[in-house]
Design a protein around this ligand. Sequence first.
Ligand SMILES: *Cc1c(COP(=O)(O)O)cnc(C)c1O
Length: 426
Amino acid sequence: MPDLATALIAENFARDAGGVLHVGGLALTELTKEFGTPLFVYDAGTMRRTYRALREAVAGFAEVDFSVKANPNPAVIRVFGQEGAGAEIASGAEFDAALRAGVAAERILFAGPGKSAADLDRVIGGGIGEIHLENREEMARVAAAAERHGVTVRVALRINPGATAQGGAMRMGGKPSPFGFDEEEMEAAIDAVEAMPRLRLAGLHLFAGTQGLKAETLLGQWAYGLGLAARMAERIGRPLETIDLGGGLGIPYFSGDTALDLAAIRAGLPALIATLRANPLLAPARVVLEPGRYLAGPAGLYLARVLAVKESRGSRFVITDGGMHHHLAASGNLGQIVKRDFPLAAVVDAGSECTATAVVGPLCTPLDMLARAAPLPPLAEGDLVAVLQSGAYGLTASPTGFLSHPMPAELLVEGGEAELIRARGA
Ligand SMILES: *Cc1c(COP(=O)(O)O)cnc(C)c1O
């Protein structure tokens, strides 16, 4: 079986006869010559294919929006917007990024546990489609902002489920969470919103967890969400307008990970569609999924150049100009319990034998490792390495201030052209 990096390259990218990695028809050796390193490259073709495949898999059940925090570059948001996606945002600045990307304000929804009055003014003044309420103080702040603007605001209640999905089955005993209202207090929260004349309760938001690779787990969460939606509709005595089932669709990062099976998702949907149709209070609702990682992750690569290859007491370290200041997740320091290697590849690989290689970044900390034992051909100063699956939670989720290196450049490749969507240092 090929290693994960080789499989991912075969799926979305290509190598030429000389073993040079190409993205969207462009040689990465040429792109790094022109734009330098470290460099993020995003392939619009992969984003569009991924979006369309998911949209088709869930057709008849849900619409697919894009969760902006996974990659807030407006050029990336624009690609999904062109495909028809609305945007889920978590800050006022992400609202502006989505608008700059051409997403209509009414197609934007605002989630996140700590929305400030200033951000609420900004999004309500800008005509946002929906705001998801996560706690009592926020409910009052949204109502006050709506009053200031003299408008009624569509809201949904984010619910922290009283059950967790395990291998498809839902078990009672949800975890404590800063996000949303606990399921146990859902009815009380509904009554509180209903008592606020400036808020129109449109529906429910449930987001049970990220990086789900099992279709049956996701289907179980969605089915649970429909059950909560039915409870909400019954309480308010009118049909729901929105049922937002969150994101959380996973992608393979580590050897042994299996990609999410879209056919299995598709096969499980008729039962959920029947549940919706059987309940007149749910049937009219727009069901929404809002993945970030799944849509943007596979399209992105992070490119770094080798600065030195150092032997130390029997171990070898490939030292590059790229590291955790741009890509915390690949270093294993963004929430991983066990640090495992992201898929890495040499940009030029003529087929030499691979050995397990440690790749480190330029920061003065042992945490700055891009790989501990990635299967790579021999590398020397000046060679290029690519970290795959880097289109989501890469630059945006990294401690860019640490050691004061410049921000990396970002490129969007589409139609055989590379567009500079963030200049180095900007
Ligand atoms: C982060 C987030 C998402 C996207 O999560 P992924 O795991 O990237 O799909 C969706 N909805 C909300 C509310 C989020 O906070």
